[in-house]
Write a protein that binds this ligand. Structure first.
Ligand SMILES: Nc1ncnc2c1ncn2[C@@H]1O[C@H](COP(=O)(O)OP(=O)(O)OP(=O)(O)O)[C@@H](O)[C@H]1O
Ligand SMILES: O=C(O)C1=C[C@@H](O)[C@@H](O)[C@H](O)C1
Ligand SMILES: [Mg+2]
Length: 177
């Protein structure tokens, strides 16, 4: 079986990519990188500000550039942003360079977990309508890219990360570090 030393987490806003990714990396002794945070560090401003200044297209351009760079690092768990899978180049890089894990969450759960946070894609419209529309286009892409799908509805992030780490180690699918 093919063995990987890069894990990429994909899925919608609120699925827990950042939260579970950090814990998963720690359990697997891999470096954790969050694409959204890395982009904020690079630019020196937060994501809402990037959307304000450059719009979604500017944000996507920066996101794709950084994704290309970071998906070439070894020994990492990379939590992507919810929309990072839209760009076909990103899809190619994710699919070719590592193990892709889709963290799935229901619409209700996404709404609860994103409530009160500043996510520019959810500004100005009813979050349920928006999240549902995003899932219509992105859901099939998450599914198509995924080597594994994890349901995040039940279970604490710590527990989900522990179970996932164990499953990956036992299957020999990740290189031990
Ligand atoms: N399995 C879980 N159970 C309960 N709460 C969770 C779970 N996973 C994440 N959360 C909570 O949901 C919120 C959103 O999680 P997180 O930021 O990790 O999502 P994300 O997938 O990285 O979203 P984005 O695409 O916007 O970056 C956080 O407050 C986190 O603590
Ligand atoms: O779903 C999206 O399009 C986004 C999700 C977040 O992770 C950020 O990448 C940004 O807010 C856009
Ligand atoms: Mg995140």
């Amino acid at each position: 079986m093919k063995s990987y030393d890069r894990i990429f987490l994909v899925g919608p806003m609120g699925a827990g990519k950042t939260t579970i990714g950090r814990r998963l990396a720690s359990r697997l002794h891999l470096e954790f990188i969050d694409l959204d945070s890395a982009l904020e560090e690079r630019t020196g401003v937060d994501i809402p500000r990037i959307f304000d200044i450059e719009g979604e297209s500017g944000f996507r351009r920066r996101e794709s550039q950084l994704l290309d760079e970071l998906t070439q690092r070894k020994g990492i768990v990379l939590a992507t942003g919810g929309g990072a899978v839209i760009d076909p180049n990103n899809q190619r890089h994710l699919g070719a360079r590592g193990l892709v894990i889709y963290l799935r969450a229901t619409l209700d759960t996404q709404i609860k977990r994103t409530h009160g946070t500043n996510r520019p894609m959810l500004n100005g419209e009813d979050p349920a309508t928006r999240l549902s529309a995003l899932m219509q286009t992105r859901g099939p892409i998450y599914e198509a890219l995924a080597d594994r799908v994890i349901d995040t509805e039940d279970g604490h992030p710590e527990r989900l990360a522990e179970d996932l780490a164990r499953a990956l180690e036992e299957s020999g699918i990740v290189d031990p570090h």
